[in-house]
Design a protein around this ligand. Structure first.
Ligand SMILES: [Zn+2]
Ligand SMILES: [Zn+2]
Length: 312
């Protein structure tokens, strides 16, 4: 039973909105200050047609809105709604993770090192904390409660939602950024994020991922290979003849936990009806259901885009 828990996870539904690598790159540039179509086009190196589609989808989901610029009523800029602003926590954690694990650590390329929090004047290091007890949330401090009796209904819903994606994902490939080395290019699709969530909650073997996620085996094989190449997962043989592997999170993989949990938190708070939320994640040190907040490590306040300063 426990190996099917992941299917019950509400994040699967919300990932339709943000679980796409182009969308993660667009949102990241928006948090860095891009507002104009041409700026996104240039900074993300994305085709105009793809950019138009992704921006329209973000407007439709009320993450961005479009408004005339001050200078001209014929020109437009894209700005965050309140719902969009609350994605900044995830974006900060992504940035910090990239900085922690990147090879080339010079300051010019390390965006996280140039980010300051105006409220306290410190470098803005994002710290994931439990809302109930205000302490740091780490990978080993969270457990997953047993599921509810409505499980079967919810499983069906998520299986159906994943089934819808099987065709679309398999034939994608052309329409993807090619050279971005960051997190978005590695985890920027719903399957990869779901695979990581399954890993966080104990999936190790190929069949376990298949059972939990209703994922096509070719897509699973490809994503596991990518995650192993990125050293997020380690592949250990557990059987010979034929050889079969187990997949284990490396330290680099475990350190993605706050980022993935904050994406999940955003989905829970913004994309689901109260009745769909089934909070079964527990923060062990305090025993409360886990609600993740991201605060500035220097002062403990929640950072907002207007409080962020860039230094060269
Ligand atoms: Zn707690
Ligand atoms: Zn601060």
């Amino acid at each position: 039973m426990t190996n099917q828990l992941i299917l019950n996870e509400p994040i699967a539904a919300g990932l339709d909105v943000i679980g796409d690598r182009w969308t993660l790159l667009i949102l990241r540039e928006a948090f860095y200050g891009a507002t104009r179509f041409e700026q996104f086009c240039h900074r993300v190196s994305i085709s105009r047609a793809t950019l138009t589609r992704r921006l329209n989808a973000l407007i439709e989901k009320e993450i961005l809105y479009r408004a005339p610029t001050k200078a001209s009523s014929k020109r437009f800029e894209y700005k965050f709604t309140q719902r969009g602003l609350s994605l900044m926590s995830s974006s900060l954690l992504a940035l910090q993770w990239e900085a922690d694990w990147r090879q080339n650590n010079d300051r010019q390329h390390n965006v996280a090192q140039r980010l300051y929090h105006r409220v306290c004047g410190e470098r803005l290091a994002p710290k994931p904390v439990c809302r109930a007890c205000d302490t740091l949330v780490a990978f080993n401090d969270v457990s997953w409660l047993d599921m509810s009796e409505q499980l079967d209904n919810q499983l069906d819903t998520i299986r159906a939602s994943n089934a819808k994606h099987r065709k679309r994902v398999v034939k994608s490939g052309k329409d993807e950024p090619d050279t971005d080395p960051g997190l978005a290019s590695m985890v920027g699709d719903r399957w990869t994020i779901l695979i990581l969530i399954a890993c966080f909650f104990g999936a190790r073997k190929f069949d376990a991922f298949i059972n939990q996620l209703n994922i096509p085996s070719s897509v699973l094989a490809e994503r596991l290979k990518l995650l192993a190449e990125a050293k997020v997962l380690r592949r250990d043989p557990y059987q010979n003849n034929p050889v079969r592997y187990e997949y284990h999170l490396t330290d680099k993989g475990k350190s993605l936990f706050p980022f993935i949990m904050s994406l999940r938190q955003w989905v829970v708070e913004n994309m689901l009806e109260a009745s769909q939320v089934n909070n079964r994640l527990v923060h062990n040190p305090c025993g409360n259901p886990l609600t993740l907040d991201v605060v500035c490590a220097g002062c403990g306040q929640k950072p907002w885009p207007q409080d962020i300063e860039w230094k060269r």
